[in-house]
Design a protein. Structure first.
Length: 210
């Protein structure tokens, strides 16, 4: 049985390069290539790949929150961050229990070494990342200890949760898929630091938001 991979990077050329690297390795099979975090999350849920190789700076859902969603949903896919990272990302990676982190400046054989290492249960965190990056390339990890504002769609989902609707009914009411509903809920829980529906309802009540 081959090792299933999903790639997520906003740049098509990078996705082509990753596909080319792993295409020539017989033990791997590329299941999907996507350009945003939401599509990556949907494919991880649908395909349950062995490894997700992804950029941190993804549209629609950041790489950091993508890692959190995989962890909180109990999915066994191993995230490997492949990014123009800097050294400050190492502590955030360790805090999230990330198995694999590698800079895009590394040659392809090092990327293969990283992926094979995490598959064997051995963390592979790049200790040779640059100290700093130019301001226009900064991708600061989110403060996971500070509540963040919800989008209009997330508020719509939160209000329906308060009404007691299950995910399927919420999806029908908002004309979205159940997978997208779950993704919105992950965002809501992460942003408001809630562990589930009950704590979300208590949070909204305590803050006068119901």
């Amino acid at each position: 049985m081959s090792i299933q991979l999903v790639f997520a990077d906003p740049h098509p050329l990078m996705l082509e390069g990753l596909t080319s690297v792993f295409r020539h390795e017989s033990e791997f099979s590329v299941s999907s290539c996507v350009q945003d975090g939401q599509s990556a999350w949907q494919d991880v849920q649908r395909l349950q790949p062995h490894v997700l190789i992804h950029e941190l700076n993804l549209p629609k859902l950041s790489g950091w929150h993508l890692i959190q969603a995989i962890r909180s949903d109990g999915i066994r896919t191993i995230p490997v961050v492949f990014t123009s990272a800097h050294r400050s990302h190492l502590e955030q990676a360790r805090a999230l229990g990330l198995m694999g982190l590698i800079g895009k400046d590394k040659p392809q054989h090092v990327l293969l070494e990283c992926v094979r290492s995490v598959l064997q249960g051995r963390p592979w965190l790049d200790n040779h990342l640059p100290e700093h990056r130019p301001d226009f390339l900064q991708d600061t990890p989110p403060d996971l200890n500070s509540p963040q504002p919800l989008t209009a769609r997330e508020w719509s989902v939160a209000k329906l949760v308060v009404e007691g609707l299950p995910n399927k009914r919420i999806a029908q009411r908002l004309n979205i898929t159940e997978g997208t509903t779950k993704l919105h809920l992950h965002h809501i829980y992460q942003k408001l630091q809630c562990s589930g529906r009950m704590t979300l309802m208590l949070y909204l009540k305590d803050n006068g938001l119901l």
